[in-house]
Design a protein around this ligand. Structure first.
Ligand SMILES: [Zn+2]
Length: 490
């Protein structure tokens, strides 16, 4: 008697990049586990016919600051099943895990320790915790960016070490926001991560082409530390920090990788970034380094393009954590687009959205509102990153095969993290025994719909999204009551 599965996804195009499997097959799910993948029919207590649709491991987003119910919902409709806050991180991690567990989440979640918040506490004397909101609110405050004495550095390292012992998935380092911090401190944090066997996730320091008198070039720093400490250095959004220098940056990465260093890269498919308007690199006198003017910045709480340097200075003083869209590359221009393409299509770059928290322009957040009201705004990458890659790079330009795109969205991130986080070894794969985190989508129609003007329009084309075997999207609709997301700890 053949095995009977709880659910069988019948007759879809099953994609498993790790085994190079791309064929019409049935997928069986029992409880939260994939219990069969077969080109001959499987038996299920329940069957979903999915002919013509792709069945793939759910997207694993290594870069999501959208750690709220609404943020997860937008990402679920973009095919994400695991959303990790690794670059900014959250310290104390216990607070972040407890909050997400208590509220419930549709998607799996996890956090790195936050070097930035550790510094805010130890050097800046600021109260700990508060997640990404507190990080952004203080991001431009010079107090946390001051140089550390030997004793203070020891305190920072001890705090981060404790966080790793508490299950943190590595250390997130917002180096680019603290240009005065010594290179030795960065190397020491990497050394700590190497000793603990976990990655670091860096928003790199600025590049020497833009800031000739910088302490050390950001790409040089990251790759040198990878080579010298043996730490796995994950290079966050290599597109947005490298812009027109992407070839030099990727060249450095390739060079140290060839020599045995562990550097992974990540990118999102948009020419504009987003951060707190108080960030050090958005000071009026520094915009020219990026080839920008105040008008390159859109302040999301009002939707205004910043008129001039005086207005920028005012906004930075009044609302340093206010989120702003930063137009660095114009993806409509082929001359700019090429830099973005190189970042995203390079060797083993994973897709990471850098999904952002929602800004409520009315000032009154409603965490349960769905569909999202028009006064909730964000960067379009929050809602659209993964589907934009499938639309543009797979369907429209053919730069990636469907299997390659699935790999960059799911299997590669699982492999990058799996070395240090055992839970990831069962994700990013459609194989018997792996977690039933699955997306079922139409490769012919899947698309992003979010734009800079209409930033929270959900993606379309996903028929079903399963997290731990439970549908969070069913027949193209969000299942509002579904909160199967689980904490992922080391
Ligand atoms: Zn960043």
């Amino acid at each position: 008697m053949a095995e009977t599965h709880d659910l069988v996804l019948r007759g879809g195009r099953v994609l498993d990049p790790e085994t190079n499997f791309d064929a019409v097959a049935d997928v069986g799910v029992t409880g939260d586990v994939i219990t069969g993948v077969s080109t001959t029919p499987l038996h299920g207590r329940r069957t979903l016919d999915v002919p013509g649709l792709a069945v793939a491991p759910g997207w694993i987003d290594m870069h999501s600051h959208a750690q709220t119910l609404a943020g997860h919902r937008l990402q679920a409709l973009d095919g994400v099943t695991t959303a990790l806050e690794l670059e900014a991180g959250a310290t104390p991690v216990a607070e972040a895990y407890n909050e997400a567990t208590a509220e419930g989440r549709p998607l799996n979640f996890g956090f790195a320790a936050s070097w930035t918040q550790a510094r805010m506490a130890v050097i800046g004397g600021m109260p700990p915790g508060g997640g990404i909101g507190s990080t952004l609110g203080r991001i431009g405050d010079p107090r946390w960016q001051a140089p550390a004495t030997g004793r203070a550095l020891e305190e920072i390292l001890a705090l981060l070490g404790g966080e790793l012992a508490n299950g943190a998935l590595g250390v997130g380092i917002l180096m680019g926001y603290a240009p005065g911090v010594a290179h030795e401190e960065y190397a020491a944090v990497a050394g700590l991560a190497a000793a603990a066997g976990v990655p670091t996730y860096t928003h790199s320091r600025d590049l020497v082409e833009r800031v000739p008198d910088i302490l050390i070039d950001g790409a040089e720093e990251l790759t040198r530390v990878a080579a010298e400490t043996g730490a796995h250095m994950h290079y966050c959004h290599v597109n947005s920090t490298s812009t027109r220098q992407i070839d030099r940056v990727l060249g450095l990465v390739e060079k140290v990788r060839a020599e045995g260093a562990r550097v992974s890269t990540e990118a999102y498919p948009y020419g504009a970034g987003m951060t707190g308007i108080g960030a050090s690199f958005l000071a009026p006198e520094r915009l020219a380094e990026w080839g920008m003017t105040p008008a390159s910045i859109v302040y999301t709480p009002t939707g205004e393009r910043v008129a001039d340097a005086a207005r920028l200075a005012r906004l930075r003083a009044d609302d340093p954590g206010g989120l702003a869209i930063i137009h660095t590359l114009d993806e409509r221009l082929p001359a700019d687009r090429i830099f973005l393409d190189r970042a995203l299509l390079a060797g083993s770059t994973v897709i990471g959205s850098d999904a952002m928290p929602l800004t409520w322009t009315s000032g009154v957040p409603d965490p349960y509102a769905w569909p999202l009201p028009k006064d909730a705004v964000t960067h379009p990458r929050t809602a659209g990153t993964f589907s934009k890659v499938l639309r543009h790079y797979v369907r429209e330009t053919g730069a990636l095969s469907l299997l390659e795109a699935v790999s960059r969205a799911s299997t590669l991130p699982a492999q990058v993290l799996g070395e240090s986080v055992p839970a990831l070894r069962r994700k990013g794969r459609v194989q018997a025994g792996c977690d039933a985190d699955l997306v079922v989508f139409d490769p012919a129609t899947v698309t992003d719909r979010s734009t800079y003007e209409d930033s929270t329009r959900p993606s379309a084309g996903y028929a079903h999204v399963f997290v731990a075997g439970e549908a969070v999207v069913s027949d193209g609709e969000l299942v509002l009551s579904a909160l199967p997301g689980r904490p992922i700890r080391r």
